[in-house]
Design a protein around this ligand. Structure first.
Ligand code: TYM
Length: 325
């Protein structure tokens, strides 16, 4: 039997370069080799403040982004998490074997608590358990996600181990599938590229002018610093992006310019904008085609979710029986 792969993205806006490099690139690679389920994790989306009126559109947007990026419904299943109710059932069952204290200690939970001090809900604490249920529901072995998801993968593995030891061998211990872009830095100079931080991201549908504009506001230095490239900050982040998109040779040339104190950031940003746009251009074109083909997209969603529910129910039957329910 082929390995099962599972990954998901929240419906919080359009996909950005971080999602693409850290998650979607891995999905694209794996869909050719394994049985894959890729999800729009709408139940995770609602753990932070959101607009119920526009959530449906946001979910659809991620499906369109997935298709435009090259996820092929002939090779993988495209799931909408809330349409497969077994996710919440399994999450509840798994929550009964996992300590609250471990969840309270997770950095992702602490970050969200700090970000939304008035919205610290049970769903937020539950987030990693639901995420474990997502993958284990399909007995997923490989999970293409960015490096920020490492703590969640750890929880997932712990839950799988605990379940197996309590109720008998049932779940594999999923591992993260890493891509070269597992950490795409923010354009703002600090932290990672993120949907929730304006000025930090480039969307997959951005045209060249927009990419240039976004890069223009990325911080740099006087250009006369010289020596080794700094380990963090605006310049470091621009070099990381350069390495990811423009290739080794271009990277080395600008690195030498930096050392020689003759770097021109306007030139670097121009080269970088072109390299990023080269990668994104086919995406915008393909997205328009899918946007126009509503019927096809509806059919993909319908048939994928039907297939997902069947697979999920197989696991649930086994889990309920093993737990004595
Ligand atoms: P989300 O929507 O926050 O992120 C989606 C994916 O994008 C990756 N990512 C990045 N990778 C590299 N550099 C960045 N700057 C960057 N920003 C985001 C994330 O690592 C992620 O892979 N908890 C998940 C959603 C989820 C899930 C799952 C994933 C729910 N259930 C089951 C896998 C399996 C998340 O962070 O989504």
């Amino acid at each position: 039997m082929k390995k099962r792969v599972y990954s998901g993205i929240r419906a919080t806006g359009r996909l950005h370069l971080g999602n693409y490099m850290g998650a979607v690139k891995g999905m694209l690679e794996l869909q050719d080799k394994y049985d894959c389920v890729f999800s729009v994790v709408d139940l995770h989306t609602i753990t932070v403040p959101y607009e119920p009126d526009t959530l449906g559109v946001s979910i659809r947007n991620i499906v369109l982004d997935y298709l435009a990026a090259g996820l092929d419904p002939k090779k993988c299943l495209l799931e909408i998490q809330s349409r497969v109710p077994q996710h919440t059932e399994l999450a509840y069952l798994l929550s009964t074997i996992y300590p609250v204290s471990r969840l309270e200690d997770l950095p992702t939970y602490k970050d969200k608590k700090a970000q939304y001090p008035k919205y610290v809900n049970m769903g937020l604490l539950y987030y990693p358990v639901l995420m474990a249920a997502d993958v284990l529901l399909y007995k997923g072995e490989l999970v293409p996600v960015g490096i920020d998801q490492k703590p969640h993968l750890e929880v997932m593995r712990e839950i799988a181990r605990k379940f197996n030891s309590m109720f008998g061998d049932t779940f594999p211990e999923p591992v993260r599938f890493k891509t070269p872009g597992e950490y795409v830095p923010s354009l703002s100079g600090t932290g990672k590229m993120s949907k929730s931080i304006e000025g930090s991201f480039i969307n997959l549908t951005d045209d060249l002018a927009t990419i240039q504009k976004r890069l223009a506001s990325a911080p740099t230095d006087s250009g006369e610093v010289g020596g080794d490239i700094p380990e963090s900050g605006g310049v470091a982040n621009l070099f990381s992006l350069l390495r990811l998109f423009a290739g080794k040779e271009v990277y080395s040339k600008f690195m030498q310019d930096y050392k020689d104190k003759k770097i021109r950031y306007s030139e670097l940003k121009e080269v970088l904008a072109n390299a990023i746009f080269k990668e994104l251009k086919p995406f915008a074109e393909k997205r328009k085609e899918f946007e126009a083909n509503t019927k096809l997209v509806d059919e993909v969603i319908e048939s994928s979710n039907n297939a997902c529910r069947q697979l999920a129910e197989e696991t649930m039957r086994e889990v309920r029986e093993k737990m004595g329910l």
